[in-house]
Design a protein around this ligand. Structure first.
Ligand code: UD1
Length: 362
């Protein structure tokens, strides 16, 4: 079986790491039934600390093709990736194309494959924010529509697909759990303190990178003002996405909290393990906060991870200074107990091996 995996952005490297490792384990145990995996890296994320460090640290096989297409508008990025990936698929003739999540690289990879009648396998299928203003929502809906095998991370994701009529489509839908949970369990022993950090615990961990927040000056200004205020009582540590750094430089307010360069996955695990709580607008970090039993404040209007908001351990908060500051102070003194929470909603931490078990039966 020959599979081409398409990745391009930071969270996809983490997801692909677990599945690629499961493929290698399968190949070691089954030399007569090998899965050949070739990786295409679109180049959507290209800075060393947004890309290379993940491949090195997590032992992800070196990409066979590196396209170097990133840093442009959505249409240009997706279109250029589509054209290049199509050429590779025609040359390589894989049995399947494997894509992850909801980025422009996911859409380019799945569209190129579907038009060539190569079945698409979508890992992290069925998630919805129900906000069509988000580029990720467009990417995930379109990718699901043209996928043949949809690996869902939660029952909510399966329900979303059923509600959209996928039951009557000629595709397979399987809830295998979340590959991000596999990664958190497997790599947590390797956590590493970021070199430039001078405290060991009791800080608030923040990441902000969604266009909704970064590209709206008023929202970003409110967020920075809130973080400055919180930083007066508890240290705020923020690994900064390149987009956010650019936008913060143009604000009337200057950040007084600690900004780090983007951190590696092992460093992020260390930060999650040692922080008091998490503030984010990232999809992945909301779950990782939960994996590491931390309360999460999400600066967004919707989330795909409704299990966490329903359980009261993730709170959606508007990009308003007082709302963010109040929510933090409530949860620094009165922390929710995460112990009673069902820790199987994201599966058993074996999503990647379940994926491989299913694929070899195809
Ligand atoms: C993308 C994904 C998002 C995912 C996120 C994780 C889409 C639509 N969005 O958003 O789902 O959660 O990745 O980080 O695909 N940039 C750099 N250096 C880099 C990478 C990006 O400077 O290594 C700059 C780009 O030039 C651009 C901005 O950061 O100006 C945003 O990058 P982009 O790839 O458009 O999307 P993300 O916000 O990272």
């Amino acid at each position: 079986m020959k599979i081409i995996t398409v990745v391009g952005a930071r969270p996809q490297f983490i997801k692909a790491a677990t599945v690629s490792r499961a493929i290698l384990d399968h190949n070691k145990a089954n030399p007569q039934n090998l899965i050949e995996e070739l990786i295409i890296h679109t180049g959507q994320h290209y800075d060393a600390n947004m890309s290379d460090v993940f491949f090195e640290e997590m032992d992800i096989p070196k990409p066979t093709y590196t396209l170097g297409i990133g840093g442009s508008t959505h249409g240009a990025m997706t279109g250029q990736q589509l054209e290049k990936i199509e050429g590779i698929l025609i040359k390589e003739q894989p049995n399947y194309v494997l894509v992850y999540g909801d980025t422009n690289s996911t859409l380019a990879g799945s569209l190129a494959a579907a038009k060539l009648h190569i079945p698409v396998i979508h890992v992290e299928a069925g998630l919805r924010s129900f906000n069509m203003q988000m580029p990720e929502e467009i990417n995930r809906i379109l990718t699901d529509q043209i996928s043949s095998v949809l690996f869902c991370p939660t029952q909510t994701a399966v329900d979303n697909l059923n509600n959209e009529g996928f039951k009557n489509k000629n595709c397979k839908i399987i809830n295998v759990g979340d590959v991000m949970y596999d990664a958190a369990l497997y790599y947590s022993a390797k956590s590493k303190k970021p070199k430039t950090l001078d405290i060991d615990s009791d800080f608030v961990l923040v990441t902000i990178h969604r266009a909704d927040n970064t590209d709206d000056q008023e929202r970003l200004n409110n967020i920075v003002n809130a973080l400055n205020e919180i930083n007066k009582t508890v240290p705020v540590i923020c690994p900064v996405h390149p987009r956010t750094r650019k936008m913060i430089a143009n604000l009337p307010v200057a950040p007084t909290f600690k900004m780090l360069e983007p951190v590696s996955y092992f460093e992020m695990i260390w930060l999650l393990n040692n922080c008091k709580l998490v503030i984010t607008d990232s999809g992945g970090l909301q779950k990782e906060a939960y994996f590491f039993k931390k309360y999460c404040i999400t600066i967004r209007e919707q989330t795909e991870w409704v299990e966490l908001t329903n359980a009261g351990i993730n709170k959606l908060v508007a990009a308003v200074k007082s709302s963010i500051v109040d929510e933090v102070s409530k949860n620094l003194t009165n922390r929710n107990s995460l112990s009673s929470f069902d820790d199987r909603i994201y599966g058993a931490g074996n999503a990647s091996t379940e994926i491989i078990k299913f694929l070899i039966k195809l």
